[in-house]
Design a protein around this ligand. Structure first.
Ligand SMILES: Cc1cc2nc3c(=O)[nH]c(=O)nc-3n(C[C@H](O)[C@H](O)[C@H](O)COP(=O)(O)O)c2cc1C
Length: 192
C-alpha cells in the first residue's frame, strides 16, 4: 500500500476548523493509503539552538527527527493541516521542518545547488484563514513557503484547500465556507 504522511499543526485541536476540513479528506484517503501521522501538538519540539545545532554538525540528531525525515522522504503523498497564523502557519510546523530538513535524507546537493530526495509527487495543504486573504495573495505565505520547500525536498505539486475570511463571517457563512472547502478537498482526494 502507498504511504501518506499526515502532518497536523492544528493548535486549537478539537476547536480547529482546519482540522474539521482535513478529517473527512484523511478518512477517504485512508482507504487507499497507509497513514503515518505527526500530530505536532503532541510532540514537544524546540527550534534548533546553538547546542542542538552543534550536535547536528557532529552527527547527533534526535531519533524522532531521523525517523520522521526518513518517513517523509519515502512518502508517496503528504497532507498538511495547519491554520493560517501570522501570515503563514504556526511556528511548530516550521520547527518540524527545521528538524526534518536533513542532509542526505530529505535533500542533498549536487555540487552546484541543493537537490530534493523525496519521493512524494503531491502535497495537499489544508488551511483556514481569519482575514479575507485568498490563496496566492502576496500576504499569504503558507502555500508559497510550501512551494519553496517542495523545490528543496522535491515534494511535487502543492494543492491548497482553504477557507478564508472566517473571522469576519457569520456562523452560517463559516459553516458554508468550511463545507465548501471540505467538498473541494474531497474532490481533490479522488485523484490524489
Ligand atoms: C495566533 C493566531 C494568529 C493568527 N494570525 C492570522 C493572520 O496572520 N492572518 C489571518 O488572516 N488570520 C490569522 N489568524 C486567524 C486564523 O487564521 C483563523 O481563525 C483560522 O480559521 C484558525 O484556524 P483553526 O480554526 O483551524 O484554528 C490567527 C489566529 C491565531 C490564533
Amino acid at each position: 500500500m502507498k504511504k501518506l504522511v499526515v502532518i497536523d499543526a492544528c493548535i486549537r485541536e478539537e476547536e480547529s476548523r482546519t482540522r474539521r476540513i482535513a478529517a473527512p479528506i484523511i478518512q477517504v484517503l485512508a482507504k487507499r493509503y497507509e497513514i503515518v501521522r505527526y500530530d505536532l501538538t503532541e510532540m514537544p519540539m524546540e527550534p534548533l539552538t546553538p547546542r542542538t545545532y552543534a550536535d547536528r554538525a557532529a552527527g547527533i540528531i534526535p531519533e524522532w527527527a531521523l525517523e520522521a525525515a526518513r518517513t517523509i522522504a519515502a512518502a508517496d503523498r503528504i497532507l498538511i493541516a495547519a491554520p493560517f497564523w501570522d501570515m503563514s502557519f504556526p511556528a511548530v510546523l516550521k520547527t518540524f521542518f527545521e528538524h526534518t530538513s536533513l542532509f542526505d535524507i530529505t535533500f542533498t546537493d549536487n555540487g552546484h545547488s541543493c537537490v530534493g530526495l523525496c519521493k512524494c509527487e503531491k502535497v495537499m495543504y489544508v488551511t483556514t484563514r481569519g482575514m479575507n486573504i485568498p490563496t496566492g495573495d502576496p500576504r499569504e505565505q503558507g502555500s508559497s513557503y510550501l512551494q519553496a520547500l517542495s523545490r528543496l525536498w522535491d515534494l511535487g505539486i502543492i494543492l491548497t484547500v482553504a477557507a478564508w475570511n472566517l473571522d469576519y463571517a457569520t456562523p452560517e457563512e463559516i459553516e458554508e465556507k468550511v463545507e465548501s472547502a471540505t467538498r473541494f478537498g474531497l474532490r481533490l482526494a479522488e485523484t490524489f
